[in-house]
Write a protein that binds this ligand. Structure first.
Ligand code: MCN
Length: 739
């Protein structure tokens, strides 16, 4: 029986419920010192002087930008293809100027966390405040520009029967993982080598970034990602604070711990979204979409981080979504503001694209007086592979079946109610996943277990279960025989990272390729043991057979570690490594939502969300559903209450959980899951990504339901009662009601 698709419970949960997990702050090292950071409380100011205390209880060192001269470089910034980026990388510590509240200005290292926090209070920084630019629309400094055109956009617009325009915006969001950012850094002076335990999405990117920032060869840095309490995209760049902790660890000859407080996470961890789009859709008189034109304006914050440009770039590329639009043109302008930089947050540009496009399509349906489902149907892509005008090649999909399933599962919705205004919405999305490469090393251990060291790194997704399933299925052995290793750059092969819903498709495929090599090696060893030719050996059902004789994997374990019995050219344990280079694959989905607004108070309730995601071949349906539900709840938070609010001074007004509206379990409505699967032809598993689907599809479906409830009037999220109440007061949907 195949294990692929089976809803197996997570192996990692046993450790978690027993409290055996180890997060960064659980890493104790002898003689450890603690770092605390002095942060700007101005959104924009010149720094004229910094005075550090000479002494304070437990104080070991104070570090400012001057101390880092010649020792660190700013963050490395790589531009997405064809994008122009300003040369404004985020500095490690601010020197002459601060550009956002929360920016690290100085570090204090002391013998305990409490003493470090106390000593940080004694650092005096003189600021000369400057005028902050809080809104991207008010900024004239560009950090990013990208544009692309495909097809005859001008011609299509000139000939179009209808042109529909819309302007839609998404506020900034905070990822708010349960575990904030942190690192423990230790320097081995004898070997001149750093070990960095950090709460990150993967070990590969922090290793490369630290190597660049510190000017230290990669071989002299080991990065270990232990258990991670969530990331949601926000732990893909090594924090500047961790680089400072590394300098301190080298200078003091002591391990240094830095773990941020919750409010520091709100202020200084990069935020997500913060994008606005002005779009135009050209249609012919039969309601066929003939061209799309858009300008996207992103609020990138005070500086560029290595991945700040990626979400808007992805949003731009995906702007034609699941529709067969022959011509499109997109320009993205990323502006500098006096706020913390932005970067990926679950979906990273994909929810933005789906929101902008799907709101526009609903507006078009209303203007053209075509049913909104019918307008979508007329324009869906139906043949694959499909080349989009913006240069993507979609691998496979069945968008109409996703749409039909979503509508069917939504079922009839009662629209009439005395006290509430109700609406329904539907939206489709296309998710760009995979791309680049990952690797895996596999080996037969002396005790007969199969060890898999994967370049992927989990932080909640359940890779330990998923990859064990892939391996047990491929080898035909029991799950308990598979052991996984992740996250330690000394012990796993190189790779790119865990983001963009790519691990299963890319790293999972690398596991498959490495196991196929292991099987070949097992066949060679069996042939030698049985004195037959390798061609006579078959691998089937967890054992090797030659004629009537069969050898189990466990029986190969001894000979596999005996140099006298290993066939020439094979390594101990039959060790095999493989790298999988991946094309992009495109997951997709259709979401539907039913919402309700209290006519008297504007209170907003999502009654039902239907999630239909096509992630190709699903490896573990239980975990995939968990991913969808988790993503959908984040989407619901974005719709209902989440927003990073800055005042006109550039102060973050939502810097605690008292003010930032993270949804709780009580806010979660019924989430109905429907499945469609069109396996990807672009990897051996047929897998696409599912880690972001819920966060992508929920937002536009709910936004369309709100517009439906309001009689077509557009509102941007979050749908807080006051905003809805004001809109209702002016809405035709409530005309005649007794309010
Ligand atoms: N899966 C599956 N079959 C597929 C694809 C996925 O069974 N065809 C299941 C697997 O259980 C896999 C999981 O879904 O472990 C996620 O796989 P995938 O879609 O490949 O995504 P990644 O593993 O690359 O994870 C990244 C993705 C992203 S981009 C964000 S953001 C996110 C997310 O995962 N952050 C998370 N899910 C998260 N879940 C938790 N708990 N915490 C986070 O920070």
């Amino acid at each position: 029986m195949s294990l692929i698709g089976e809803p197996l419970p997570r192996r990692e949960d046993v450790r978690m419920v027993r409290g055996q997990t180890r997060y960064v702050d659980d890493i104790g090292r002898p003689g450890m010192a603690y770092a605390a950071f002095v942060r700007s409380h101005h959104a924009h100011a010149a720094i004229t002087a910094i005075r550090a205390p000479d002494q304070a209880p437990g104080l070991l060192a104070t570090i400012t930008a001057r101390d880092l001269h010649g020792r660190v470089r700013p963050f490395p910034i790589a531009a997405p293809p064809d994008a122009e980026l300003a040369d404004e990388p985020h500095p490690i510590l601010a020197e002459d100027e601060v550009r956002y509240v929360g920016q690290p200005v100085a570090a204090v290292i002391a013998s305990s966390r409490a003493l470090a926090a106390d000593a940080a209070e004694l650092v005096e920084v003189d600021y000369q405040p400057r005028e902050p630019v809080v809104e991207a629309g008010a900024s004239d400094v560009e950090l990013m520009r990208w544009s692309r055109t495909g097809g005859d956009v001008a011609g299509a617009f000139a000939a179009a029967a209808h042109i529909v325009r819309g302007r839609y915006a998404l506020p900034r969001l905070v990822a708010a993982p349960i575990e904030p950012r942190g690192a423990v850094v230790e320097h081995d002076a004898e070997l001149d080598r750093l070990t960095v335990w950090c709460s990150m999405q993967d070990p590969h990117r922090p290793l490369a970034q630290l190597s660049h920032i510190l000017g230290i060869d990669r071989e002299r840095i080991r990065v270990v990602v232990p258990d991670v309490g969530g990331a949601f995209g926000s732990k893909g760049v090594i924090p500047a604070e961790a680089a400072v902790a590394a300098i301190a660890a080298i200078d003091l000859g002591r391990p240094v711990n830095w773990v941020e407080e919750r409010t520091e996470n709100f202020l200084a961890a990069y935020q997500g979204r913060g994008i606005e789009g002005e779009l135009e859709l050209a249609l012919d008189d039969g309601g066929r979409m003939v061209a799309l034109r858009g300008e996207l304006r992103a609020d990138l914050g005070g500086y560029l981080l290595p991945i700040s440009a990626i979400p808007p770039h992805t949003a731009g590329l995906l702007l034609t979504g699941c529709y067969d639009i022959p011509a499109a043109s997109v320009t993205i302008v990323g502006r500098r503001t006096n706020k913390v930089p932005t970067g990926p947050y679950r979906g990273a540009g994909r929810p933005d694209a789906a929101y902008l496009l799907e709101r526009l399509v609903d507006d078009a349906a209303r203007e053209l007086r075509i049913d909104r489902v019918e307008l979508r149907r007329r324009n869906l892509i139906r043949h694959f592979p499909h080349e989009t005008p913006l240069g993507l090649s979609y691998d496979s999909g069945d968008y109409e079946r996703c749409l039909d399933t979503a509508l069917e599962r939504l079922g009839p919705v009662d629209r009439s109610s005395e006290s509430t205004i109700r609406g329904t919405g539907v939206a489709l999305y296309v998710e760009r996943a995979a791309g680049q490469w990952e690797s895996a090393t596999v080996a037969l251990e002396p005790d007969g277990q199969i060890l898999i060291a994967s370049s992927a790194s989990p932080h909640g997704q359940g890779h330990e279960t998923t990859f064990a399933q892939i391996a047990a299925d491929r080898l035909g052995v029991g799950l308990q025989q598979i052991v996984l290793r992740f996250g330690d750059s000394d012990q796993v092969p190189p790779g790119v990272g865990t983001f963009g819903s790519r691990s299963t498709a890319v790293a999972g495929s690398a596991v498959v390729l490495a196991l196929d090599r292991l099987i070949e090696h097992g066949r060679a060893l069996t042939a030698q043991l049985l004195d037959v030719s390798p061609d006579e050996v078959e691998h089937d059902g967890g054992r090797f057979r030659a004629g009537k004789r069969a050898v189990e994997w466990t029986e190969l374990a001894g000979p596999a570690h005996d140099p006298g019995r290993l066939p020439p050219g094979l390594q101990a344990g039959l060790t095999a490594t493989a790298r999988f280079d991946s094309e992009l694959v495109f997951a997709s989905g259709a979401y539907a939502a039913a919402v309700e607004i209290d006519a008297a108070t504007g209170k907003f309730t999502v009654r039902r969300v239907v999630a239909v995601d096509d992630a190709g071949t699903i490896i573990n349906s239980l975990l995939a559903h968990g991913q969808i539900i988790g993503g959908a709840v984040q989407g619901l938070g974005e719709c209902g209450t989440e927003e990073a609010v800055y005042d006109e001074e550039g102060q973050l007004r939502t810097a605690t959980f008292m003010d930032y509206g993270l949804p709780t379990s009580g806010d979660v409505p019924e989430i109905v899951i429907g499945e469609v699967s069109t396996p990807s032809p672009r990897n051996p598993l047929g897998a696409k990504g599912v880690g972001e689907g819920g966060a992508i599809g929920t937002l536009p479906a709910v936004a369309n339901a709100v517009a439906d409830a309001l009689g077509g009037r557009h509102l941007d999220p979050p749908y807080q009662p006051e905003k809805l109440w004001r809109a209702l007061a002016e809405s035709p949907a409530v005309a005649g009601r007794d309010r």
